[in-house]
Write a protein that binds this ligand. Structure first.
Ligand code: AMP
Length: 607
């Protein structure tokens, strides 16, 4: 099956007529082209229309409303001109930071995140100094409006971000209260991933002639590619990627990695090159000739990895690409289909891997629904897999050299060496192999196994707490502690499974970072505890042994030897008894290795 390409004219950020300082900031951030939601929303908001945008995190919706919003702010006036409501403080901070970055070249525009849990007097001090854009959670904003520390009489624009989440968290009445205190003349934009009845009702009641913005779905043929996903945090991406690459890459095949921004693509390319990969970037800052060069090098095997942006990789048709890795989530389902269509070309088998962070669970499900295909969880290759793979690749290479190359010259070199020195042929071969392996070596770098998020129900992340029934913990203690310390609604907390020595608890993905940070120093029932992401993708709740408490046989003196013997890993010389053999015996060894065909009939002359 092939992919039907879209030949829409590509819009650029320069086409919206935005202030040049805003587009400059966007270019500096490495955004190449507006995402579909941005293409549709930016002109409408600029025109002054109320909009209902059906979009979720990862689609670029923040910039979709923030860029036209900035265009409407008068930096000379110190009054509040735009108010953005978000369901959580994390989102408030994230949105405020994004706006701050888009406004960096606009002198005098000030944006403030305002949320519960932060000192109100400090907020008031900041507010007094003159802020034009406020991003906040409904409760605290209401508080400020009542105290008159936030005046919204001159509000030009109001944004409801993640309206369905605000509804789910019980904030919808507060949202309506705030809306009813804003001037009639304000413009309103509402964003929601889903459109429950209550959200529709708010839109009908408070928006005027609103335009619905939804990303049209074109019919695309989904290519026959095996698809996988892996749950991870932003921080883990590079390590997980390297692990996958180690296990995936094969001679003559190439991997295409997608990054959302050109800066990110360039940065990741540098990191991969530093790790010894023949990687090259392909993005919109490169001219046609440069891109063609990359493709040429890809085709003739000089490049094994290309890190590309969506724009640069459009229409790329190179049969060597056997895997596509979505390092960043695509901005919409269609773009996912385009991306994975870069592999499995010319009837070859293709594989696609999607990196999914906790907040992107919905997108994963959307993609499955859209493509009507199941995306399977990827089992991350273990260090042993990687090591075994390196050894097997090396063996293949050596065998290929033995069969394909004329080695007469080298053979006499080795034999001369063996004659002239104390070393026998196998030792010389070992040294030559060591040199041939080069920088990458055969041992796997000592890096911690990346912990993987364990997801349970829809959008929930499973956390592991190292105390349980033995510590007289019950589910109520867990709810109480988490709700209190992390300031999240108790009813948002999902399943709790208290075991003898540990407890597993499901937390909505959007709260995970907060719970992990806030609970770092906390106690439950006056007992110190450690809380972290539960490990393993498909680990059932009860089967999860504590990783950190597993018997470490390597450090158990009596088991040490046995462990070494049983687990000696040919790929990892370090796992064998490290002692070097005593100096060689002078006996000839039967040539039972790959060199045997050359050694036959050539008696080693020992000194
Ligand atoms: P959002 O959906 O607003 O949470 O955005 C998701 C991510 O996409 C953020 O990291 C943005 O910085 C990034 N982003 C937004 N618009 C673009 C764009 N046009 N090109 C590349 N990245 C973008």
């Amino acid at each position: 099956m092939t992919l039907q390409e879209t030949d829409d004219k590509e819009l650029s950020f320069d086409d919206f007529g935005l202030n040049r300082e805003i587009t400059r900031a966007v270019h500096d951030l490495g955004y190449e082209a507006p995402s579909p939601i941005q293409q549709k929303t930016i002109p409408l908001i600029l025109e002054g229309k109320d909009i209902i945008g059906q979009a979720q995190t990862g689609t670029g919706k923040t910039a979709a409303f923030s860029l036209p919003l900035l265009e409407k702010i008068d930096p000379k006036s110190k009054q509040v001109q735009a108010l953005i409501l978000t369901p959580t403080r994390e989102l408030a901070i994230q949105v405020a930071e994004a706006i701050h970055s888009y406004a960096k070249n606009l002198g005098g525009v000030r944006v403030l995140p305002v949320y519960g849990g932060q000192s109100i007097s400090q907020q008031i001090r900041h507010l007094r100094s003159g802020v034009q854009i406020i991003v906040g959670t409904p409760g605290r904003i209401m508080d400020h409006i009542r105290r008159e520390t936030v005046k919204i009489d001159n509000l030009k624009l109001m944004v409801l971000d993640e309206a369905d989440e605000m509804l789910r968290m019980g904030f919808i009445e507060d949202v309506e209260w705030i809306l009813s205190h804003t001037p009639e003349t304000r413009q309103t934009a509402l964003f929601s991933a889903t459109m429950p009845r209550e959200v529709k009702r708010i839109a009908e009641r408070h928006l005027k002639d609103a335009v619905n913005v939804q990303i049209e779905r074109k019919t695309l043929t989904v290519p026959t590619v095996s698809q996988f996903y892996i749950n991870l945090s932003e921080r883990q991406k590079t390590d997980v990627l390297t692990r996958i690459l180690e296990a995936e890459s094969t001679q003559g095949e190439a991997v295409l990695i997608f990054h959302r921004t050109k800066l990110g693509a360039a940065d990741l390319t540098d990191k991969l090159q530093a790790r010894g990969y023949a990687a090259e970037a392909m993005h919109g800052d490169m001219n046609q000739k440069q891109r063609e060069n990359v493709i040429k090098r890809l085709k003739n095997g000089k490049v094994e990895i290309v890190v590309a942006t969506d724009v640069a990789a459009r229409g790329l048709d190179v049969e060597q690409i056997t895997a596509v890795i979505n390092y960043d989530m695509p901005s919409d389902t269609e773009s996912y289909v385009h991306r994975i269509g870069r592999t499995g070309r010319a009837g070859r088998e293709g594989k696609a891997i999607l990196f999914v962070t906790p907040r992107q669970q919905r997108m994963l499900r959307d993609i499955e629904r859209y493509t009507k295909q199941k995306i399977e969880p990827l089992k991350l290759p273990t260090k042993a897999d990687v090591a075994a793979r390196r050894v097997s690749l090396l063996k293949d290479k050596i065998i290929a050299t033995l069969t394909e190359q004329d080695l007469e010259l080298y053979l006499s070199l080795v034999e001369n060496m063996a004659d002239e020195t104390m070393f026998d042929i196998s030792e010389i071969a070992a040294a030559a192999t060591f040199l041939a392996v080069g920088e990458k070596r055969l041992e796997v770098a000592v890096e911690p196994e990346p912990e993987q998020f364990s997801f349970s129900e829809d959008g929930m992340v499973r956390l592991f707490i190292d105390i349980g029934r033995q510590h007289r913990i019950n589910p109520g203690d867990i709810v109480g502690a988490i709700a209190n310390e992390a300031d999240i609604p108790g009813k948002a907390i999902g399943a709790i499974d208290v075991n003898d020595r540990y407890t597993l608890v499901d937390i909505p993905s959007q709260f995970v970072e907060r719970v992990l940070t806030k609970m770092k120093q906390s106690k439950i029932r006056k007992q110190r505890m450690n809380l972290r992401l539960a490990a393993g993708i498909d680990t059932g709740p009860k089967s999860e042994p504590r990783r950190d408490k597993k018997v470490d046989s390597e450090h158990h003196p009596s088991k040490k030897k046995q462990f070494r013997r049983e687990n000696a890993n040919p790929a990892d010389p370090g796992s064998r008894t490290p002692k070097r053999k005593p100096k060689k015996s002078f006996k000839e060894k039967p040539g039972k290795n790959a060199f045997s065909k050359f050694s036959k009939g050539r008696k080693k002359k020992n000194k």
